[in-house]
Design a protein around this ligand. Structure first.
Ligand code: GDP
Ligand code: MN
Length: 380
């Protein structure tokens, strides 16, 4: 789950990382009121779940309440990489002397958190990594030991931060990110830019935070921060119905049991010349209720032109799966072609049930490849 900058900053604040004071605003009038309360120079920042807001005109300075209201009017409704701005973060403006970059992310390859620190902040970190990798200090840390001060010293030294006061503050922030990464079950904590003010104060001017979805059950306060309006409507519908679903861009709706089988189904559909419209995993059973829920989510995607129902019967028996599907198709009307591939335990019984009782738009195939070819053909 990705958080908005202001939510990330709230978490940073809780960890003891310095951030600027600010307020959330949904309207230009609220932006004005926030600027009045905060006083002085103000920065008006689009809150969207994507980066590069500065470049897209989503971050603007304002001298006071009048200008803050004007800037808010400009920014609200902006389309930043497909995200429409509906919230603003009104923050006390900072004077910037230097812009650094600091992050900790989960490196799946190494199975360890990875810290990155560079004095070349404010810009795209990918660019720094590509063009001047020697300027990017990288360090993996052991997930099970707590914060080790030498890690912070090594990173700071490696990044070439030489001012003693800066070193001290940056090392303290590294320690806090290190503790916070575990405590919050984060996948990413990124500060870009981490600034140094003319007075020598180091603070987080931006916050990019991603929390592991699988750990949200133990962070109800964070789970509540989710902005359901910003979610893809199909993914939201799926979450509400407990269906594991990822929206893709193709025309073949896919429904299978088990993540591995669904992944291979995406591949064979590609092999057959089609494009998957989604990833959808029914999990263990294939009861009518879950089949109905999944089919409703899949067919709510206007791009879907055909459905591939790919089930391997293990503990779930083929005849139960067939009954689940028949039952589901009795409860809902689907005009799209549905190709079913049933294999495994009692698959023959299941196929026989479908041959007898299924509506005419249901086609049964014996192998995965045949099923993929058929559904691709029918989805043209
Ligand atoms: P991003 O473009 O989405 O990463 O948004 P940021 O929060 O990083 O802001 C983009 C840029 O706006 C920063 O790199 C700064 O240069 C500038 N900026 C943001 N806040 C302030 C501020 O308080 N004062 C000044 N002078 N510039 C700011
Ligand atoms: Mn940024």
């Amino acid at each position: 789950m990705d958080l908005y900058e202001y939510q990330g900053k709230e978490l940073f604040k809780g960890l003891g990382i310095p951030v600027s004071e600010g307020r959330v605003a949904y309207t230009p009038e609220e932006a004005r009121a926030a600027a009045e309360e905060l006083g002085g120079q103000i920065v008006v920042k689009a809150q969207v779940l994507t980066g590069g807001r500065g470049k897209a005109g989503g971050v603007k300075l304002a001298k006071g309440p009048d200008e803050a209201e004007e800037r808010a009017r400009d920014i609200l409704g902006l389309d930043i990489k497909g995200h429409i701005v509906r919230r603003l973060w009104i923050e006390k403006a900072s004077d910037i002397e230097k812009e650094y970059y600091l992050s900790v992310t989960f490196d799946r390859g190494e199975k360890k958190p990875l810290f990155m620190l560079t004095k070349e902040g404010g810009v795209d970190i990918e660019e720094v990594a590509e063009k001047t990798p020697e300027k990017l200090a990288r360090m993996h840390v052991e997930p099970l030991t707590g914060f080790q001060p030498f890690e912070a010293r090594w990173l700071t030294f490696k990044a070439g931060i030489t001012d003693p006061s800066e070193q001290k503050q940056v090392m303290s922030i590294i320690g806090k990110l290190r503790e916070g990464f575990g405590q919050l079950d984060a996948m990413l904590l990124e500060i870009n830019p981490l600034i140094v003010t003319p007075e020598g104060e180091v603070k987080a001017l931006d916050a990019k935070v991603t929390i592991d979805d699988n750990a949200l059950y133990r962070h109800s306060d964070i789970a509540e921060m989710r902005d359901v309006e910003a979610d893809d409507p199909q993914e939201r519908m799926a979450r509400e119905r407990n269906v594991t679903y990822v929206k893709l861009d193709g025309e073949v709706g896919i429904l299978g049991n088990g993540a591995g089988l669904v992944m291979s189904t995406l591949d064979v559909v590609g092999q057959a010349g089609g494009r998957p419209a989604n990833f959808c995993d029914l999990g263990g059973g294939a009861q009518a209720d879950s089949v109905v829920a999944a089919l409703e989510v899949i067919t709510s995607d206007p791009g879907v032109r055909g459905i591939l129902f790919n089930i391997f019967g293990g503990i779930t028996r083929g005849d139960e799966v067939a009954r689940g599907l028949l039952d589901a198709l009795e409860r809902m009307t689907i005009d799209l072609p549905i190709v079913v591939r049933l294999d495994g335990t009692l698959a023959a019984e299941g196929r026989a049930l479908l041959a007898d009782g299924a509506p005419a738009n249901v086609h049964v195939e014996a192998t995965m490849l045949d099923a993929a070819a058929r559904v691709v053909e029918l989805s043209r």
